[in-house]
Design a protein. Structure first.
Length: 197
């Protein structure tokens, strides 16, 4: 169990995801992303699906191992904002961080670890989407530090490349000496911290 309560950063990761998705244009949808085999359209739908799953977990619902449905771009940002409210309501209970859940792949996590897991996922995919479309300047500076702390807490070595190279997270890469907090986060989660444009 994490020793730090990252719920506020977790909620902020929803708001940031909605902001990054809102900047996506229809012309962006076929662009490649840092996620192996995923274009922008697939990534947007996955972000909304993951955000919904995280909110459902906070309500104590049993997760289902299924693919997230595709979503129209003009629905995605609003869906993330709605799910942000659901996540805040679901995870605000005093027992939320100590409750345990067995995930479809068989591992059991406490709520604190799940908060760290989905904070890391939403932050990483916001980076992926920003890199692919509007640029990382849209990312909130004050979220990168907590996101990296959460990633360091939950990201076990066996999670890296578990679903193939770079999926869900690749091997940690070196960050530039003058890396920004977001570049340090990207490097830890196996992404190119300063991609060429």
């Amino acid at each position: 169990m994490s020793t730090t309560d990252h719920r506020n950063a977790f909620y902020q990761s929803y708001d940031q995801a909605a902001q990054v998705v809102a900047a996506v244009t229809p012309a962006d949808l076929a662009r490649a992303t840092p996620c192996p085999g995923w274009d922008v359209a697939t990534l947007v739908s996955h972000m909304v699906g993951a955000a919904g799953r995280a909110a459902a977990l906070g309500r104590g619902e049993q997760p289902v191992n299924e693919e997230f449905p595709s979503l129209e771009l003009d629905e995605a940002a609003a869906a993330l904002r709605r799910l942000a409210g659901e996540a805040r309501a679901a995870w605000s209970e005093s027992t939320a961080l100590t409750r345990t859940v067995t995930m479809p792949w068989g591992e059991t996590y406490d709520g604190s670890t799940l908060v760290d897991m989905y904070l890391t996922e939403l932050a990483a995919h916001s980076w992926d989407l920003a890199v692919s479309t509007s640029g990382t300047g849209v990312l909130a500076d004050d979220l990168a530090g907590p996101a990296l702390e959460a990633a360091r807490s939950m990201l076990k070595p066996e999670y890296r490349d578990a679903m193939g190279p770079g999926s869900p997270y690749g091997a940690e890469v070196g960050a530039p000496a003058d890396a920004t907090p977001w570049e340090a986060f990207a490097a830890f989660t196996g992404r190119t911290p300063r991609p060429a444009h």
